[in-house]
Write a protein that binds this ligand. Structure first.
Ligand code: ASC
Length: 144
């Protein structure tokens, strides 16, 4: 085979493998998008200064991003990078309860962003972090 043909095939193969992300990568990207608004909220509440306009902006983005990762847990979608545990699919009611708890906590934080005092907002933020941890404890495996 000509060198140029080999190079072309290699380039195409590389292009294809990077264009088609697996389910694990899709979910990780989606959870990272959730963190993109959740982390600045945490920084603001821990270190200040508290800026309500910024807080509202991040809380609105958080509410929009939060449900998306849960649409990506299709059956048989554990791959090389996925940390999803098989229990997600063998204990669907428990997994759904964790999802519902998380989304309720996010919605409460977002709703409180407009009206609550800082102490109340902190309590609602903590409820979200606790629901992250609770779900990870049951359903997320170790780093691969
Ligand atoms: C985060 C993050 C998590 C949760 C968890 C809360 O910011 O990335 O996975 O909060 O650490 O306990």
């Amino acid at each position: 085979m000509k060198k140029s043909t080999t190079a072309l095939i290699l380039a195409l193969a590389l292009l294809c493998s990077s264009a088609i992300a697996g389910p694990g990568e899709d979910r990780q990207k989606s959870f990272k998008k959730v963190l993109l608004s959740f982390e600045p909220i945490g920084v603001m509440l821990r270190d200040g200064p508290f800026r309500q306009d910024q807080f509202i902006k991040h809380a609105d983005a958080l509410k929009a991003a939060a449900p998306v990762p849960f649409t990506l847990f299709k059956p048989n979608s554990i791959d090389d990078i996925s940390r999803a545990k098989a229990e997600i699919w063998s204990q669907p009611a428990k997994f759904k309860a964790e999802q519902d708890k998380f989304l309720a906590a996010v919605n409460a934080l977002q709703a409180g962003a407009r009206s609550d005092d800082l102490a109340a907002v902190r309590i609602k933020y903590t409820a979200v972090t606790q629901s992250c941890k609770s779900c990870h404890d049951s359903f997320r495996g170790p780093k691969k």
